[in-house]
Design a protein around this ligand. Structure first.
Ligand SMILES: [Fe+2]
Length: 258
């Protein structure tokens, strides 16, 4: 975040429409004109496009809602990006996985691991990694379950909750999800954007070095445990079997950062 401009970049009418869709309290036009437009800086600049985040306000559930000015308009999604991102993800995981205490213990362990390595990234990326760590297995929650393929269900859920596309894609592609999608004959992961390989490696590392009860394990032990838990005919078993070397290589890459 490098600075602010007070010059409105989006027609006020469009913001009002977007606010209504987001369930935000509608502000008066005069109030909206005082909104500050935040430039997110060089990290978000891609080619000629500069990402300019617009604060749309705080929802009743406490989330700050912002959006990229290019995303304001009909049928566009809003993006939740603030330091509260991680807390929002934590709350959702704690609530939705409460019925699955062992899974929740694992998720807490993965989030703790992400907290230990997030300093390898800039603040925003670290937030997204930590949020994805909380959300990566939320697709197992009975209230989130839809297709039965947890990375897909979790990613769709994260998107519906307003998390930005980096978090969504991390959930969609975590820990060999692509290989499992292939085993299941699922192609819809192509609907999710490519994510930075270092961040994906980091999430994979956190997941694979945390056991089912949340305690630290070696990645090799963890993969063996998964292979034992799912029979040879299960898509999870076949996927892990096919990409075991790839997963271990990702873990080693992260270990080499230290
Ligand atoms: Fe996991």
């Amino acid at each position: 975040m490098t600075g602010f401009s007070t010059r409105p970049l989006i027609p006020v009418k469009k913001i009002l429409t977007t606010q209504v869709r987001a369930g935000l309290p509608v502000r008066r036009r005069t109030e909206l004109r005082l909104f500050r437009w935040r430039r997110t800086g060089a990290a978000k600049r891609t080619g000629a496009a500069t990402s300019v985040m617009v604060s749309l306000g705080r929802r009743s559930d406490g989330w700050n809602v912002e959006c990229d000015r290019r995303d304001v308009g009909p049928a566009r999604r809003l993006v939740v990006v603030t330091a509260e991102l991680v807390e929002s993800a934590r709350q959702l995981a704690e609530e939705r996985l409460a019925e699955l205490p062992r899974r929740l213990a694992h998720v807490r362990g993965v989030a703790a691991a992400a907290g230990r390595i997030r300093s390898k990234f800039d603040t925003e990326t670290g937030d997204r990694l930590a949020a994805a760590a909380w959300l990566h297995d939320i697709g197992y929650a009975p209230s989130v379950w839809e297709t039965g393929f947890h990375p897909l269900d979790g990613a769709r859920f994260a998107r519906a909750q307003g998390f930005d596309e980096t978090v969504v894609s991390l959930v969609a592609f975590h820990t060999g999800a692509l290989a499992e999608a292939r085993e299941r004959g699922i192609s819809v992961l192509s609907a999710f954007g490519v994510v930075d390989s270092d961040v994906l490696d980091a999430l994979t590392f956190c997941d694979l070095t945390t056991g089912p009860d949340g305690y630290g394990v070696s990645a090799a032990q963890r993969l063996d445990e998964v292979l034992q838990r799912y029979g040879p005919s299960d898509p999870v078993h076949r996927a892990v079997d096919s990409c075991r070397d790839e997963l271990l290589a990702a873990v080693e890459r992260v270990q080499s950062w230290a």
